[in-house]
Design a protein around this ligand. Structure first.
Ligand code: AMP
Length: 293
């Protein structure tokens, strides 16, 4: 990790493809006293991903970005093969930051022939995204655990955009005593409220307009709570009313839940979160908002 170039000068970051090499290079950096941050991504980078990179750069001495479209977190009928892959643009975007290494393993480097071992968090993974995508979190926790073992970072950066994922990753890290600090960064949105997502490129112009109903419903929830509403049923009804303004948006779930357990709440007394998921055209979108009663 002794890049000859000064950081963030526009030169593309160095690419590492093997587990052995990334482990060796990060170990050397940590041995020389550097705090190493990792930002796990599936590529198709946007300003949301880059906010995690910026956080790592600000808080750590060295930053590793991983780009890996993880097959095990996609269901059989999901978009693994057509998931956007924009490697050149990703590397160009990362060149604006002092990223030390990009870890970009081929699929068979992360999943060796005959791979049959998975990491599974129980409980938290059964509801919401887990109910709609039964094998999704098992894929996420397996790859995050493997990336933690390959990179051995001090800190790992995730987005609140995937709120349930952030809770599941925290649970796994605590349960397996993984020596990695988990940081969760705020959702980056378009000026009109749409949460940035690599999947937004699938949206037609009409979908794009309709998709705003998700963030609008969350804004409504946050506004009610700010004004003093504590009855979660009232907040949820208001969200559903807003979501109903776009009948073509096919709601998967909307819920007001405890921010830790993700169980639905009746009253907003402690830290809570409003979560929504919906299909807009052919694209499934998720969004959320923390509620601070
Ligand atoms: P992905 O490439 O979709 O797996 O996302 C990689 C990381 O970026 C995850 O921790 C996401 O939660 C995070 N992320 C995705 N979209 C956003 C966003 N709009 N704002 C902040 N973080 C995000």
């Amino acid at each position: 990790m002794t890049s000859a170039d000064p950081p963030g000068t526009g030169s593309p970051p160095q690419i590492v493809k093997s587990v052995d090499e990334i482990r060796q290079r990060v170990r050397a950096a940590r041995a020389s006293g550097r705090r190493v941050g990792v930002v796990p991504t599936m590529g198709a980078l946007h300003a949301g991903h880059l906010s995690l990179v910026a956080a790592s750069v600000a808080e750590c001495d060295a930053t590793v970005v991983t780009i890996f479209v993880n097959p095990t977190q996609f269901g059989p009928s999901e978009d693994f093969t057509k998931y956007p892959r924009t490697l050149e643009a990703d590397l160009a975007a990362l060149a604006a930051y002092p990223v030390d290494l990009v870890f970009m393993p081929p699929a068979d480097e992360m999943y060796r022939p005959g791979h049959t071992t998975y990491v599974e968090v129980e409980g938290l993974t059964r509801c919401w995204e887990g109910a709609s995508r039964p094998t999704h979190f098992r894929g996420v926790t397996t790859i995050v655990c493997k990336l933690f073992h390959a990179v051995e970072p001090d800190v790992a950066y995730f987005g609140q955009k995937d709120y349930q994922q952030s809770r599941v990753v925290r649970r796994m890290t605590a349960d397996l005593d993984l020596p990695v600090e988990i940081r969760v960064c705020p959702i980056v949105r378009e000026p009109d409220g749409l949460a940035l997502s690599s999947r937004n490129v699938y949206l037609t112009a009409d979908d794009r307009r309709r998709a705003l109903v998700l963030s609008r419903s969350l804004q409504r929830a946050a506004h009610l709570v700010d004004e003093g509403e504590r009855d979660a049923t009232v907040v949820l009804q208001a969200m559903q009313e807003v979501l109903g303004e776009e009948p073509a948006v096919d709601l998967d779930y909307a819920v007001v839940a405890d921010a830790d357990t993700l169980e639905p709440v009746q009253r907003l007394e402690g830290p809570s979160v409003a979560l929504v998921a919906a299909r807009v055209g052919a694209t499934r979108l998720i969004d959320n908002c923390l509620l601070h009663p």
